[in-house]
Design a protein around this ligand. Structure first.
Ligand code: SAH
Length: 340
């Protein structure tokens, strides 16, 4: 079986060809991660024989964009066929301060959050190379957020390897501070990540202030109570000295009262953090977004507790590209096929 070269670091590529000069592996890495080479044949500064040998041992994960949709706010959603059994969606978002690409880490998801369209139909983990391709495909992206389909910390090794690849100086050379990893709160993995002291941004999908309420939306809350999650976050901040972002989706009548805001403020007291409020994108009829007026009141109540807070704009909702609206499963593809 051939090996996925896009997920390898230069020294690992070199190990396959001990008889070649070591700079060759760097050249190959540059072709893949800087110049987006689609084939070994395209690597013009390599001897023909080496290109041939590479082809015998490795494959380059294909990036087959089968659909792209452009929103009225210029957000672009890409649906990519990864191989015959899996699909991934990624989203390019345009901001004044630079473009961000939101990538998927798994085809489908196992976490089962009730408000999220990606919650069903887990197919498989994506490979680090497949993470990378979603970024390279969105050429102009300066920031990468792991907030598409899937739970990045449930595909932990691939997520770490992706960070190594994308920050590698011979590749895209992205600064770690331009990467955001978002998690529904896998506590042991937050501790493991903290130990690595990376300079990435960590976002925690919180969405509730009591275990009872959180369990209603997020099955993972049954496994890890809020007290344990917040302790892990405090440890993370101590270790990394990095500010954590808490994502809080406002759901009308459920988690959005000023009392909830005050509880949230109390829970996060003394923690180096920032809260992102986002009116929930309706995916399911039980959950409707908090109106703008109540959103402002919630934000003000939180600010009063000295918690930095912003209300996030939702991009791409008209093309089902907004938070929680991605669902790259075979079912989607059937749907797409039926439309075209
Ligand atoms: N599994 C990771 C990353 C994917 S979800 C996580 O849970 O963080 C990315 C973000 O979108 C999370 O904060 C998630 O809770 C949020 N989200 C999911 N569905 C949403 C919806 N319908 N409206 C708004 N945000 C949603």
């Amino acid at each position: 079986m051939k090996t996925d070269i896009l997920s390898l670091l230069p020294h690992e590529i070199a190990a396959f060809f001990p008889y070649e000069a070591s700079y060759r592996s760097v050249q190959i890495f540059e072709w893949l991660h800087k110049k987006n080479a689609p084939s070994f044949d395209a690597m013009q500064n390599l001897p023909k024989s080496l290109r041939h040998d590479l082809d015998d041992v490795f494959f380059i994960t294909p990036l087959d964009v089968i659909e792209s949709h452009i929103s009225s706010d210029e957000t672009i959603k890409f649906l990519t066929r990864l191989n015959n059994d899996a699909f991934a969606e990624s989203v390019l978002m345009r901001y004044k301060h630079g473009n961000s690409v939101c990538i998927s880490t798994q085809a489908g998801c196992k976490m089962g959050c009730k408000f999220c369209a990606s919650a069903s139909g887990f197919q498989r983990d994506l490979t680090p190379g497949e993470y990378c391709l979603q970024v390279y495909n969105a050429e102009s992206a300066k920031n990468v957020v792991l907030m598409g389909c899937g739970e990045p910390l449930d595909n932990f090794d691939a997520t770490l390897r992706f960070i190594e690849l994308i920050t590698h100086e011979k590749g895209k050379n992205l600064g770690a501070r331009h990467i955001t990893v978002s998690t529904c709160g896998l506590v042991p993995k937050i501790y493991a990540l903290a130990e690595l002291e990376l300079q990435i941004n960590l976002a925690i999908s919180l969405h509730a202030t009591t275990d009872e309420l959180r369990q209603k939306f997020m099955p993972i809350a049954k496994k890890y109570p809020l007290s344990e999650l917040i302790s892990a976050c405090r440890f993370y901040v101590e270790k990394t000295r990095r500010r954590i972002t808490f994502e809080y989706a406002l759901i009308a009548g459920q988690n959005d009262s000023p009392a909830h805001a005050r509880e949230l403020g109390k829970m996060l007291q003394g923690l180096l953090c920032h809260v992102n409020l986002i009116p929930i994108n309706p995916v399911q009829s039980d959950f409707s977004p908090t109106p703008p007026r109540e959103t402002k009141i919630f934000a003000a109540a939180l600010a009063e507790k000295n918690i930095p807070v912003t209300v996030r704009r939702s991009l791409g909702s008209d093309i089902n590209a907004a938070c929680g609206q991605l669902r790259a499963t075979a079912r989607t593809l059937d749907l797409y096929d039926n439309l075209s």
